[in-house]
Design a protein around this ligand. Sequence first.
Ligand SMILES: *Cc1c(COP(=O)(O)O)cnc(C)c1O
Length: 383
Amino acid sequence: MGFKTQLIHAGVTPDPETGAILTPVHQSTTFVQESVDEYLSKGYSYSRSANPTVRALEKKLTVLEGGYDCTCYATGMAAIQAVLQSCLSAGEHAVVSDVAYGGTYRLCTKVYERFGVEFTFVDSASPNAVQNAIRDNTRLIFTETPANPTLKLTDIRAVSNIAREKKIPHAVDNTFLTPYYQRPLELGADIVIHSTTKYFDGHNATVGGAVIAGSQNLDEAIRFIQNASGVIMSPWVAWLTLQGTKTLSVRLDRQSANAQEIAEFLESHPKVNMVAYLGLESFEQHELAKSQSDGFGSVISFEVNGGVESGKRVMDSVQLCSLAENLGSVETLITHPATMTHADVEESERKRIGITDGLVRLSVGLEDSIDIIADLDQALRGV
Ligand SMILES: *Cc1c(COP(=O)(O)O)cnc(C)c1O
């Protein structure tokens, strides 16, 4: 069946007891067992280990990414943590994209390094750089593509080939494109990670995360952590995310069309000196984007003439766009990565990887593009 059909129907069936078309919110801590000998005969014992509403979302996301199975989490960071915990022990090493969500960098450097795990942050746009960073004790390659916030891409096929040769799992944070536009497992990756907070929810209603594993071994190791660390998603969040997922294709197509128009407007604006958007011919990795994904997403990053002061003035003078963290939602959001999403990345590291103080990140929503453009235009007039 087609992807849009799967968005609606995969993983869910009408409730056998009532015919309710929506999966009920199974808001229950525990599940009564038939007998000691028939323990788990219905598949559930306690909602930290598994919950039927969460399971419905896990089954849907498994189909959408083409995985073996999926586990869902309280947040995107909890999902990333489950992958790190299942793959890495003290004395072992991971290769991680140098541009990634700020929280990922913080988790690696401020938490896992304390437990004796080593990280090398590499320019994963270069498969050679990834290859050269691999050591004897490397147990994970973790890339984020497109990367937050500069949109730098990793060639998923090339890095997955290197990973396979070395028998190291390759995990891809696919938050920025979702399986509607990019399916890393089909391109050779082993694990896919999502912050469902972003496009799957799409309405600024929840925080959540998911890990889709390509094999039974990886899924079992990750599922063990979901229970052992107590990081599972709540039933209400799973229910809301199930509903959001159904409209993913419509939202993403519309938001991406808006983003293309807005990126072109910004590129031609005299007060803007740099625009990064996957759909622009001028985007350095536009060809790679076309070869590994079916769409370009709704995130644009740009720099205003006059650097940080001008960028701040634009962010403070928008009226329709909201100055807020998050992306992928129906509302257009504008963010200053250097002080907001990536504040915990050291200044020298930020500069090195292109997160300049003047960089503005725009997540384009579902409003009329003409209104978003008019808002940005009036804000740019003030600089
Ligand atoms: C937001 C985000 C995360 C973290 O997800 P939370 O749900 O905020 O914990 C991880 N990766 C990427 C690419 C993100 O944009």
